[in-house]
Design a protein around this ligand. Structure first.
Ligand code: FBP
Length: 552
């Protein structure tokens, strides 16, 4: 395999550990914190997790290692969407495991949770691991989205663990995967399997965070990658002065990625789904808000701009959610076939018009035809509209175009509007991890092994104080049950880790809110440039603006 110079050089990079983990395994001891309670629904969560609920928060510190000597055979899986740094979690885990005892073994189950169910694995060794140090991607063992949640699945996993003598499983995943890690830990404890479960917080979406977990890994690198490209686009727009760029950025639901990119690049517009929902904004209101910026800039002779659109936006628009629900109902069961059999789009349109309420039809009618058709063509296996596939960047630019046409007819707008569309998502999920993510992920993995070694189960590997230099980071563990509450999922009450949405009274949003009126009219773009891996620390070890504002 031919390696790029950067890849070769990244192999040599030594990720920075928190100061307390730097003295070697024999000098890491535990400091017990207080007992924990779940964030809400304490009685219910306690009843569901009788063996793992209420445990203490713990922190590691320098001191005599008092963990019991025991051969460890650990299994690790990567779960869900790729996030830069996943390889380093596994490298940190492997290094701590081998540094503790060269006889310890690390299994990597392939293709996500299904690898555990199908007993499909590799056993890591130095040669294999060394090819993945400080690299992006999840290709070290692959990932998948199979959910590990039923008792039948847990029984299979228990059998697989028994077969290989596995003492602990590490699940690297987002809020759902770590919820399932907690349920699996409880199952293992209740059934006296002796197998521990430790989670690690992953997702570029940044929505697995709370008062304990300061950020999920991958968010830093992914947002820096998108911000580099958005900055470049801003500069191109300001050079050519003829295009409006509509940039959709990933983030299935929460708008953390969009907000961070806005803080980094100061675009003219950035929509925030959580705000749209809180203000109950309609599609037309959003389009009008963007069109105001276009028109005000055009009045200054600037027929160009940059708008960031979060991937999950349409689900936050109340009238759009109602429309989607009605469409799902309209095509439920056999009705899809009848719909598909209609010969022309005109026939289909009539069918839709007869089936939707007046209000939803009014919303449907203002959508561009390509989006209208998308709503009826792209369905998931349950027959539901795949909202994430909706090209919202095109939807909004089209709505803005119509809005501007009306202004032109009234004589209130004289500019030229030429939109260009982009979607940044997959471009960022497997980038070489930034130094922050390389360090953070390695620390999470290393720390996960220390939690295993000290006998903890149902814990999330926790590294905090992240806006400070790595030396000052704090390593420890938090019972996953502490982050849980009861939510309604698929018609049932379930214990889940609460997803973190953008807080409208939080410092990152407030910072953006105070400045966006100026950004909408002036040209205030900033150009973060490419991630820097080598050079001065103030350039290479930067955290996200979100994290630094949150920890100000
Ligand atoms: P995770 O929540 O599993 O980390 O994945 C998040 C994400 O990257 C979203 O930003 C995006 O909407 C989704 O995955 C895309 O999923 P897929 O990889 O299945 O296309």
């Amino acid at each position: 395999m031919k390696l790029s110079p950067l890849q070769m050089s990244r192999y040599q990079y030594n990720p920075k550990l928190p100061g307390m983990l730097r003295n070697g395994i024999s000098e890491i001891c535990v400091q017990n914190g207080s007992a924990t309670e779940s964030v809400a629904d304490q009685e219910k969560i306690k009843a569901l997790f009788p063996n793992t609920y209420g445990k203490n928060e713990i922190t590691f510190k320098k001191g005599q290692n008092t963990s019991a000597a025991k051969k460890q055979v650990v299994g690790v899986i990567l779960s869900g969407g790729q996030a830069p740094g996943g390889h380093n979690v596994i490298c940190g885990l492997y290094d701590a495991l081998k540094a503790t005892d060269a006889e310890n073994v690390l299994y990597g189950f392939k293709g996500g949770p299904s690898g555990l169910l199908e007993d499909d694995y590799i056993i890591f060794d130095d040669d294999y691991i060394n090819q993945y140090r400080n690299t992006g991607g999840f290709d070290i063992i692959g990932s998948g989205r199979t959910k590990l949640e039923s008792e039948e699945q847990f029984a299979v996993v228990a059998e697989v663990c028994k077969k290989h003598g596995i003492t602990a499983i590490v699940i690297i995943g987002g809020d759902d995967s770590n919820t399932n890690a907690a349920v699996l830990a409880e199952y293992f404890a209740a059934n006296n399997t002796g197998v521990q479960v430790i989670g690690c917080p992953k997702t570029i979406d940044g929505d697995l965070k709370n008062e304990d977990i300061e950020c999920s890994f991958g968010f830093d690198t992914a947002t820096k990658t998108y911000s580099e490209m958005i900055g470049n686009i801003g500069r191109d727009a300001n050079s050519a002065k003829k295009y409006w760029h509509f940039v959709k950025v990933m983030g299935r639901s929460a708008s953390h990625v969009a907000l961070e990119c806005a803080l980094e690049t100061q675009p003219n517009i950035c929509l925030i789904g959580e705000e749209v929902a809180a203000k109950k904004m309609s599609l037309s209101e959003i389009a009008n808000y963007i069109a105001d910026s276009v028109a005000n800039r055009a009045a200054k002779g600037w027929n160009f701009g940059v708008a960031i659109i979060p991937e999950g936006i349409v689900e936050f628009v109340p009238e759009f959610s109602v429309l989607i629900a009605e469409i799902n109902e309209l095509l439920a069961g056999e009705k899809t076939e009848a719909f598909n059999a209609l010969p022309t789009w005109k026939d289909k349109y009539d069918f839709i018009e007869n089936g939707l309420t007046k209000e939803s039809m009014a919303v449907f009618a203002i959508l561009p035809e390509s989006i209208q058709q998308q709503l009826f063509l792209e369905r998931d296996p349950h027959g539901n509209v795949q909202v994430s596939l909706i090209e919202s960047e095109k939807l909004f630019s089209e709505l803005v175009k119509n809005n501007l046409a009306a202004r032109k007819a009234e004589g209130t707008y004289k500019g030229k509007f030429t939109p260009i569309h982009h979607f940044f998502g997959y471009e960022g999920r497997c980038a070489f991890p930034s130094n922050f993510d390389a360090d953070y992920c390695y620390s999470l993995g290393y720390n996960a092994f220390m939690l295993i070694q000290y006998g903890y189960t149902g814990y999330l590997s926790k590294v905090s104080n992240l806006s400070k230099p790595a030396e000052e980071w704090v390593a420890g563990g938090m019972p996953i049950t502490k982050m849980m509450n009861i939510e309604r999922r698929n018609g049932k009450d379930k214990p889940v880790i609460r997803k973190a949405l953008v807080e409208l009274d939080g410092k990152p949003f407030k910072y953006f809110e105070e400045r966006r009126a100026e950004w909408a009219v002036e040209t205030c773009y900033t150009y973060p440039g490419a991630i820097q891996y080598y050079g001065p620390s103030e350039v290479c070890d930067l955290t996200t603006r979100t994290l630094s504002l949150e920890q100000e």
